[in-house]
Design a protein around this ligand. Structure first.
Ligand code: NDP
Length: 325
């Protein structure tokens, strides 16, 4: 037995229960990992509420990201040894002291990356990698808009997008968050709880608007986001922190100037082993070279995961957050 957070019914943060959970031995192609740090992501709240269905039903152990040490290996695993320091983005089950996971989801951590950084940045950092390099290849001279700029994905996005030479516009929900985002690559940050972000983007860009808008806030922002795009610009809707986008008429894309729309997920961009390795390597590189700083601004004990969810959903967190087993 080992300790884990388990969900027996969907609901608010109180359904996250810290309890004993069985640990299996790794089968062929699997590894047993003892976690040293676990990443908290907004995604975790979707599985908790049931917005995203759990593939294997309930009870479920939430969490898709952690770092730790390989404790045992099943047959047929190449390239890993017991004792290796690893991190991953993988199937549910990360909110636990130990877990068994397909070994091909593990990435060895280089010496330049600490366990805490690995747990904090793999999911959010590889998300920024595919958003900036593969969903739309951002280049010098492009103008992009990112909502919730002071969040986990947001602070990584600002630094990396600036390094690529783009003009980076962000939105954030308080004066403190505006300042934080400005210190992490954003050229302009709009407090969208006080200002009309569509009018401000129009003003900042001299009416030219954006090549791409990255929107993970969803319900509250998507209509304005579409109005921030140039003709033939790309709307990237990749999350719903304020709630899901309701069904809408795709004719809007034509009326607003032949817009493109994509609804990507990280898992589709790192499904193949070579894609995972390339994405992780690009992330390790920008962090090791000081281009992207990982801000671990909140740490909670694993047993306090419910409080971490409360704070995340109340918009109290900035940057990345980890849970410590
Ligand atoms: P964040 O740290 O960005 O937290 C969410 C932020 O959203 C809040 O801090 C808040 O910032 C903002 N927000 C706006 N409206 C609300 C609301 N009504 N309730 C709560 N928060 C609100 O989280 P993450 O960095 O973990 O993730 C950011 C988003 O990206 C999430 O939607 C997540 O699902 C998505 N995502 C998608 C991936 C994909 O591949 N598709 C992968 C990774 C993340 P503020 O106060 O400044 O408005």
């Amino acid at each position: 037995m080992s300790k884990a957070i388990r969900i027996h019914e969907h609901g608010g943060p109180d359904v996250l229960v810290y309890e004993d959970a069985p640990v299996e031995q790794p089968k062929a192609g699997e590894a047993l990992v003892r976690h040293t740090a676990i990443g908290l992501n907004y995604l975790d709240t979707y599985y908790r509420t049931g917005l995203y269905p759990a593939p294997n039903g309930l009870p479920l152990v939430p969490g898709n990201e952690a770092a730790g040490v390989v404790e045992a290996l099943g047959d047929g695993v190449n390239g890993l040894q017991v004792g290796d320091r690893v991190a991953y983005v993988g199937p549910l089950g990360a909110y636990a002291e130990q877990r068994v996971i397909p070994a091909d989801r593990l990435v060895k951590l280089p010496e330049t990356i600490s366990d805490e950084q690995g747990a904090a940045m793999m999911l959010q950092g590889m998300t920024v990698e595919y958003l900036l390099r593969r969903t739309f290849a951002v280049k010098a001279g492009d103008t992009v808009l990112y909502h919730a700029a002071a969040g986990g994905v947001g602070l990584i996005f600002g630094q990396w997008a600036k390094h690529l030479g783009a003009t980076v516009i962000g939105t954030a929900g308080s004066p403190e968050k505006v300042e934080l985002a400005k210190a992490h690559g954003y050229d302009h940050v709009i407090d969208y709880t006080k200002e009309d972000f569509v009018a401000r983007v129009q003003e900042i860009t001299g009416g030219k608007k954006c090549d791409a808008v990255y929107d993970s806030v969803g319900k509250d922002t998507y209509e304005g986001s579409l109005d921030c795009l140039k003709p033939r610009g790309l709307f990237v809707t990749f999350g719903q922190s304020s709630g899901p986008i309701p069904p809408f008429n795709l004719g809007v894309l034509s009326q607003k100037g032949s817009l493109f729309l994509t609804r990507p997920t990280l898992f589709a961009y790192i499904a193949k082993r070579d894609e995972l390795e390339a994405s992780a390597a690009a992330l390790f590189d920008v962090v090791a070279n000081g281009i992207v700083k990982i801000n671990i601004n909140q740490r909670y004990r694993l047993e306090d995961a419910a409080q971490a969810h409360r704070d995340l959903e109340a918009r109290k967190t900035t940057g990345t957050t980890i849970l410590l087993p």
